[in-house]
Write a new protein. Structure first.
Length: 95
């Protein structure tokens, strides 16, 4: 990977982790993306409504990822969220 510097994936521990209604626990963005790949519609709909987006709030509050959080607020499906997170992680490794 000439010219690319790998950026360590930031993780949170303890109560700062994301505890999904289906029992999944996420400690970093990669965990969240993996969980969103498999999340059921009922669990997704619990965390994402017209009034709230728990995933976006978690990324903003725990990681300071304001731009990514805004992008997730516009996402309407787990798949679109996974794409946005994956692109964000790819860009982070190119810095």
């Amino acid at each position: 990977m000439k010219g690319k510097r790998l950026v360590p994936l930031r993780s949170v521990v303890g109560e700062k982790r994301f505890f999904a209604v289906n029992g999944d626990v996420y400690g970093n963005m990669a965990d969240l993306a993996e969980g969103l790949r498999a999340i059921g519609l009922q669990a997704f709909s619990y965390h994402v409504t017209l009034e709230k987006n728990d995933f976006a709030v978690w990324l903003r509050d725990c990681f300071g990822e304001v731009d990514l959080a805004r992008a997730l607020e516009l996402a309407k499906s787990p798949h679109s969220m996974v794409l946005k997170i994956s692109r964000h992680l790819e860009r982070a490794t190119e810095r």
